[in-house]
Design a protein around this ligand. Structure first.
Ligand SMILES: Cc1ncc(COP(=O)(O)O)c(C=O)c1O
Length: 401
């Protein structure tokens, strides 16, 4: 699914001949339509252009292709517009990480099942999750957390406990979580053995890291799953393969989601793990393609464009920490003939911090000037949720299409 700014819109239709029958390709309103809507709104603030249908179709496709229960990782985008699409696609399970996320899902979807999959939880949050919101599924990667869960739930006998282990290092992820979360294989064996007598359902969990483009990371994690279960010598009921599924960025090409899921289902069967109750916790892949962010050029200094959003706003991933590249498209303030996107620009955010700069490179026409807009694609994930009020630049606008 390459992006070509000179084309008017994306591939029309949801099927592409070189892909499996049911591979979903996002369909967007044409560039002409989007630009007309944008010029009519003339946003002075950063503006998310949202495509709820894209999120609906993506969620539907994930759910159809994964041979287990799909839970959506709420942290990735908490916008009720998107959450409702995910629910409409039939997803009733949600991975939550805080009481605020729990309350949000509870209020929107009273029949949803929530899974508290943050491995380090305040004791009060566990208590409220269990007693006020009926949550029974918790993850852990340390003995003290097991003790905390038992204490907070008054030693409940209806718990589903997931021991999260750290999979082998994964260089293809944009962020590998293993240094922060997940225990070693040896610790996982001990934790499983300790949790078994106090669990109604006992599971293993892993997360290979976000934006994983090399699916062999899942294979390595599944191999370790097998070893841990064999070593523990007890019955294990469930396996949560986490999130990590990727989308396309200019510097990072995602494997086709549907193919990846079918291959994973097969791998799990071939490894004799299909008796486990299966879960996945996708975040990014469900929503990233569901929103673009349109920013305005406030000043051009040669090849540096000062824009009205930055790394303290919706563009954290483009900043120094990750340096993620994004596909961009020039939208001149006045309609003009499309120019070649052949000049490399850097972007500077609106705050007074010089860390608030994005090296890209962002390929745009050399005619770009103050007052023009830039459409930045695939910002439905880890963007709106990361906005901060630093320097008073947290406001944004929305255009739903
Ligand atoms: C526990 C957990 N599950 C799922 C996710 C979603 O991951 P992704 O957006 O890479 O699919 C995350 C991301 O931080 C996570 O921490």
């Amino acid at each position: 699914m390459g992006y070509n700014p000179s084309r008017s819109g994306f591939i029309a239709g949801v099927r592409s001949s070189s892909t499996p029958e049911s591979h979903y390709v996002p369909v967007y309103p044409s560039n002409i339509k989007r630009d007309a809507a944008l010029r009519a709104l003339a946003p002075e603030l950063p503006c998310y252009v949202k495509f709820p249908k894209v999120v609906y179709n993506k969620a539907l496709s994930f759910k159809r292709h994964f041979a287990g229960t799909t839970m959506y990782a709420v942290k990735c985008n908490t916008d009720p517009l998107f959450l409702r699409q995910i629910y409409r696609a039939g997803i009733r399970d949600f991975d939550v990480a805080s009481i605020k996320e729990i309350a949000l899902i509870h209020d929107l979807f009273p029949d949803a099942k929530m899974h508290f999959m943050h491995t380090i939880k305040p004791i009060e949050a566990i208590r409220r999750a269990y007693f006020d919101y009926g949550i029974r599924d918790f993850s852990l990667d340390y003995m003290e957390e097991l003790e905390k869960i038992l204490e907070a739930t008054d030693h409940a006998n209806d718990l589903s406990l997931f021991v999260r282990f750290a999979p082998p290092k994964n260089g293809s992820a944009s962020i590998d979580f293993s240094s922060k979360f997940g225990c070693s294989a040896e610790e996982a064996v001990t934790l499983l053995q300790s949790a078994r007598p106090v669990s109604q359902k006992l599971g293993l969990a892993f997360h290979v890291g976000t934006q994983t483009t090399d699916m062999s990371a899942y294979t390595r994690a599944l191999n370790l799953t097998q070893q841990i279960i064999a070593e523990a010598g007890i019955s294990v009921d469930a396996l949560d393969i986490g999130g990590g599924f990727a989308v396309d960025y200019p510097d990072s090409t995602a494997p086709q989601m549907e193919n990846s899921l079918l291959n994973l289902n097969k791998l799990i069967r071939d490894m004799g793990l299909e008796h486990l109750e299966l879960y996945a916790e996708p975040g990014r892949v469900m929503v990233a393609e569901g929103a673009f962010l349109v920013v305005r050029v406030e000043q051009r200094k040669d090849n540096l464009l000062y824009i009205n959003d930055g790394t303290y706003g919706g563009l954290f991933d483009a900043g120094k920490a990750l340096g993620q590249q994004f596909a961009v498209r020039h939208i001149p303030a006045q309609p003009a003939i499309t120019q070649q996107h052949d000049t490399a620009f850097k972007l500077a955010g609106p705050t007074c911090d010089s860390l608030d700069m994005m090296d890209g490179p962002f390929l745009l026409p050399n005619t770009i000037k103050t007052g023009d807009w830039i459409e930045i694609r695939n910002l439905g994930a880890y963007s709106q949720v990361l906005r901060t009020p630093f320097n008073g630049f947290d406001e944004h606008q929305t255009l739903e299409m």
